[in-house]
Ligand binder design. Structure first.
Ligand code: ATP
Ligand code: MG
Length: 579
């Protein structure tokens, strides 16, 4: 299993091998990587895989990793995205120090290289429209990928303009003499190349659009395939790691570096991360945000780093997940349950245990001295002795979970029912004596019991067998909570695989949204220690799952997101109790 996220780890993955070979052969004498996000959305866990890889490869080989905003697309980019991206990378523990760069700072440099390429006769200004360009390239008729049998393209009638004319026209494009879309600068490669991307790709287009950093200074903008390799070269990037979909762009990457005669950065591709029951594409995530299917980029159901953070994920659990998924050249779909497994493993070690009741039912202890409160000692984390203990108030009126009482229990139900005894965690053993039911609705309003004073702490001195243990919160001291429980954002494992609707209309991925992905329980109660929880604090609510305090909390009501259920243990307990 590749453990690329552990610098100093074995490093036996294919990327480490390439890098090692490049250092051995003298192709490079140091390692420089970069993470190049486009500031047009927030980062998701797929980007996280990419930048953890970029940073950890640099670290493993004693090199450095740059953060470069790949911002050459003025319509969609924005400073707020820049801020969000930086915050999320930092939260994951990656540090680019002062190596923060912007492709938009390279516009002059890129322009000069375009001129250099024109001077060599390797680029020309074209007057064809976008549609005509597609037609001439053969893309309009090609149905599938770039390597399908497409008939050779046709040269543009403007392809053989003189170098002088091209230089003049390109300068005038920059000066704003032509309307948007009237002309483009194209690389002069090969209109018959089987890889359509090499059929004279576009280098510059005219676009009068305000850029969030360069304002109206430019009316021509460079395209990705031209800007990216040359930006890498400018920063002396040795290994430009990117996802597999750029593999067919690699000949172009190398072509521009050769033609511009710049630092020979090397592109290496790896498989994208795909996760079940969600979408990892900014385009679709943006749609969910804009059309308000979620509360924002940081909605705890989103696969964004900010969403995962708000949900209660730890950077360690995400790193562990990424490292265990490992590196490959072939795309695969990772079950989101595996991400949850990594999270549970991590939280189990670190999260403080507390008691909270999500669907409360009043339990009245009939033989408890009125007004008396006892303090019970509770363990903060059985996995970590150093976490110590705390005192829990216990009184004659407690909240218990609705489903921990049954008027007519099924076989093997070991919790409360008339005549049965249960252990109240850290408290006493109680025996159910009756209940009070609303005659109209049939709802149980409260349950009555008596306690055995000799069982303090939950031990039965007479070795009586008490099979069930339930959690509780003393009602007088309880802190009001709102609990938000989450399901998968999408019902379908692959939300983007959408069959046509019954009416024959094409479906959309929105058809696969899970209508039950959020359940809000606003009448929950927590033990007193939860009053001081700060947003982001993580807990295990005993028997209920891991929870994280949400920034929506107010002094009157603490809001908690269920990060993940306990499933492994809880499903077993639950299965036994209700089978
Ligand atoms: P999206 O598909 O979400 O719009 P993008 O590739 O357009 O992603 P960029 O901001 O350009 O977004 O991505 C920055 C880097 O992150 C790229 O190098 C890209 O290869 C990588 N990346 C994006 N998505 C994934 C993914 N799912 N798995 C691994 N790497 C990814
Ligand atoms: Mg991109």
């Amino acid at each position: 299993m590749a453990d690329f996220s552990t610098p100093g780890g074995s490093g036996n993955d294919f990327i480490s091998e390439f890098i090692r070979e490049d250092l051995r052969s003298g192709r490079f004498d140091q390692v420089r990587t970069r993470f190049p996000p486009e500031p047009n959305g927030w980062l998701h866990i797929g980007h996280c895989k990419a930048f953890v890889l970029d940073f950890s490869m640099a670290e493993r080989f004693g090199g450095l990793c740059n953060l470069r905003f790949d911002d050459t697309n003025p319509e969609k980019e924005d400073q707020t995205y820049v801020e969000a991206i930086k915050r999320d990378i930092r939260w994951m523990g990656c540090d680019w120090a002062d190596r923060e760069y912007y492709a938009s700072d390279y516009y002059d440099y890129l322009y000069d290289l375009a001129v250099k390429i024109i001077r060599k006769g390797s680029a020309y200004v074209d007057d064809l429209s976008d549609e005509e360009v597609s037609l001439y390239r053969g893309t309009a008729s090609a149905s599938a990928g770039a390597f399908t049998e497409t008939p050779p393209g046709k040269n543009s009638p403007y392809r053989d303009r003189s170098i002088e004319e091209n230089l003049d026209l390109f300068a005038r494009m920059r000066a704003g003499e032509f309307p948007d879309g009237a002309r483009t600068l194209r690389a002069r490669i090969d209109m018959t190349h089987p890889n359509l991307l090499l059929r004279d790709p576009m280098m510059y287009r005219i676009r009068r659009s305000n850029h969030y950093r360069t304002g109206d200074r430019w009316c021509i903008y460079p395209l990705y395939d031209f800007a990216h390799p040359l930006s890498d070269a400018k920063e002396g990037i040795t290994h430009s790691l990117c996802s597999m979909e750029y593999e067919i762009h690699r000949p172009l990457y190398d072509w521009f570096i050769r033609e511009a005669e710049v630092f020979p950065s090397r592109q290496i591709e790896f498989a994208r991360l795909n996760l079940s029951h969600t979408v990892l594409s900014k385009r679709w995530l943006l749609k969910l945000v804009e059309e308000k299917y979620v509360s924002g980029w940081d909605d705890p159901r989103m696969p964004t780093i900010a969403g995962l953070r708000r949900r209660g994920y730890t950077p360690d659990s995400i790193r562990s997940f990424i490292s265990q998924v490992g590196l490959a050249k072939v795309d695969s779909l990772v079950d989101i349950a595996f991400l949850e497994y990594c999270l549970r493993e991590d939280l189990n070690k670190s999260a403080l245990r507390v008691m909270a009741v999500l669907k409360p039912l009043k339990l009245i202890i009939e033989n408890w001295e009125r007004g008396k409160t006892e303090m019970m000692e509770a363990v903060n984390n059985p996995e970590d002795e150093g976490a110590g203990t705390r005192q829990l108030p216990f009184s004659g009126e407690l909240w218990i979970e609705e489903e921990d009482f049954a008027e007519n229990p099924l076989p093997k139900y070991y919790r409360l029912y008339p005549g049965n005894a249960v252990r109240l965690r850290y408290g006493y053993i109680v025996t159910c004596t009756g209940f009070d039911k609303d005659p109209v609705t049939g709802r149980i309003r409260s349950v009555r019991c008596t306690y055995d004073p000799s069982t303090r702490g939950g031990d039965a001195p007479d070795n009586r067998k008490v099979r069930g243990t339930i959690h509780w919160v003393s009602s007088r001291e309880a802190v009001p909570l709102e609990a938000r429980l989450y399901g998968h954002l999408f019902k379908a494992e692959r939300p983007l695989a959408v069959p046509d609707g019954p009416d024959g209309r094409p479906g959309t991925f929105l058809d696969n949204l899970n209508p039950d992905s959020l359940e809000v329980l606003d009448g929950a109660w927590g033990e007193p220690s939860l009053a001081s929880a700060a947003p982001g604090d993580r807990f295990q609510f005993e028997r209920l799952g891991y929870f994280a305090a949400d920034p929506d909390s107010t002094p009157d009501r603490r809001v908690f997101n269920r990060t993940v259920g306990l499933r492994d243990t809880w499903a077993k307990v639950k299965g036994k109790a209700t089978q």
